[in-house]
Design a binder for this molecule. Structure first.
Ligand SMILES: [Zn+2]
Length: 467
């Protein structure tokens, strides 16, 4: 009996080698859609653990859970990489209103931006000055701004098809708003949420004070898009109205956390490392299902699908679940620093951090030769409606691994609904579709399979395909 099993296993392994790339990709997609684990893992991360702000108890629970789940996959190695992370806490929920005349108030939905200082204990009340984004602030004098709350109300541009471009276009008001308005003597800032639709949810996100002394830092909050419109229209009728807001957030000392790493060691070139990853931390208002629970479970699924499909990778394939992408990027930096110290050779890295929506393709940060090799694989992805292959940005966590010779890339899902959820209380498990998530995991696995098989040093003869 044992001999028969060995023989069958041997024949199956031969079959893998004789299968065409198209057949192997089909098998990967079938397995992800029929027997996938990604959705079940995401359910646990989102519903049993919840939001995973760096340094929080939930973040540590997520470290433990994903490490245990990776151990169950029978990988060659699973380990934790220690990294010190910032710990910012929101404290009690924020509270805010518009005051038209003393005693006449309208509540508005706000949330502190990540890293912001709190308001004074009794809250902050001041007149408002509305500006259209960070560049528009230059048109105002210190006399006009001093003592006021600067209201950055530049909306995301609806005409961008890739909504990340709209985010990049007006995200500076969130990141630099408090720093720049503080220089003009503002008492605080309110930023229109980076959200393309009108709704009642404020969206948090990172901001900076750079080296501004602590006692000169001003509180910064995001306001929901519908209340941003309300405030703007009320200001047009009477620019003497005031806003009151109170927030209770705090920056504590750095704490120890971890990147979670698992590896299938390569059979021919174990020293050539290929990374797939997402970030384990999230903001705290929702449960971080799209940002970036989806990327975490899809990356774990890549290694599971490779094993389940009987693929024996030539190169070492690592899943890295990075800690602290949102408010520090400490995990990504630490991973690159450690790999440099050990002299590791990262030939490829793929990040999923753009939501768990229907995959469209990938964005590549690599040489033209490597990119042309990718284009030669494009038809293999046709059956799965994966068509977007462009050179461009890869991912924040893997960015520090960039060298001239390697390939970095990011999964590109459809981005139309991403900013409905991003960094808000609406980033929850029910907003993720099971099949869309699984298609993303399969698409990532397919690309990893091809790069492992053909390598990242394309020569004319090894870019020929068996279709
Ligand atoms: Zn993210």
């Amino acid at each position: 009996m044992k001999k028969i099993i060995i023989l069958i296993t041997f024949l199956l392994s031969l079959n893998v080698f004789s299968q065409s790339d198209a057949e192997i990709l089909k098998n990967i997609y079938n397995k992800s859609l029929s027997y996938g684990k990604s959705y079940e893992w995401l359910d646990h991360l989102s519903n049993q653990i919840g939001g995973r702000l760096s340094g929080s108890l939930n973040a540590e629970k997520a470290v433990e859970y994903t490490k245990e789940e990776l151990e169950k996959l029978g990988l060659d190695k699973v380990w934790l990489q220690p990294v010190m992370v910032p710990k910012w806490v929101r404290g009690l929920p924020e509270f805010a209103f518009i005051e038209t005349v003393p005693g006449k108030t309208t509540p508005i939905n706000i949330c502190a931006l990540g890293g912001s200082v709190s308001t004074p204990f009794g809250g902050l009340k001041a007149n408002i000055i509305e500006v259209n984004g960070i560049d528009d602030l230059k048109n105002f004098t210190k006399e006009q701004v001093e003592g006021k709350i600067v209201f950055f109300n530049r909306p995301m541009d609806e005409t961008f098809i890739n909504t990340f471009e709209a985010y990049g276009d007006c995200g500076k008001q969130r990141y630099y708003g408090a720093l720049e308005a503080g220089k003009l003597g503002a008492s605080g800032i309110l930023v229109r949420s980076l959200n393309l639709r009108l709704d009642d949810y404020p969206h948090t996100g990172a901001m900076t004070y750079k080296d501004t002394p602590v006692d000169e830092r001003i509180p910064a909050a995001a306001i929901s898009t519908s209340h941003a419109d309300l405030l703007s229209s009320m200001l047009k009728m009477d620019n003497n109205i005031k806003v009151y807001f109170k927030q209770n957030c705090k920056q504590l000392k750095d704490v120890q956390s971890y990147n979670v790493i698992g590896e299938i060691t390569g059979s021919e070139f174990p020293n050539e490392i290929m990374v797939v990853g997402g970030h384990l931390d999230s903001w705290d208002l929702g449960d971080g299902s799209h940002d970036d629970g989806a990327g975490v479970v899809q990356s774990m699924e890549v290694l599971r699908l490779i094993k389940e499909s009987g693929i024996k990778p030539k190169r070492s394939i690592r899943v890295v679940l990075f800690m602290n992408e949102e408010n520090g990027l400490r995990g990504g930096r630490k991973y690159a620093e450690e790999s440099k110290r050990k002299g590791e050779n990262h030939v490829f890295a793929l990040e999923s951090d753009a939501g768990g929506f229907t995959p469209r393709g990938f964005s590549f940060d690599c040489s033209d030769a490597n990119f042309n090799q990718v284009l030669s694989w494009k038809s293999l992805f046709d059956p799965y409606l994966i068509h977007y292959f462009k050179q461009g940005h890869s991912g924040a966590d893997i960015g520090p691994l960039k060298r001239d010779s390697n390939v970095l890339c990011g999964l590109v899902p459809d981005s139309q609904r991403y900013f409905d959820h991003h960094h808000a209380a609406t980033d929850t498990f029910d907003a993720v579709n099971k099949r869309e998530l699984e298609l993303g995991a399969a698409t990532m696995t397919a690309l990893v399979y091809l790069f492992d098989k053909y390598g990242t040093n394309p020569l004319p003869e090894n870019s020929q395909l068996k279709n």
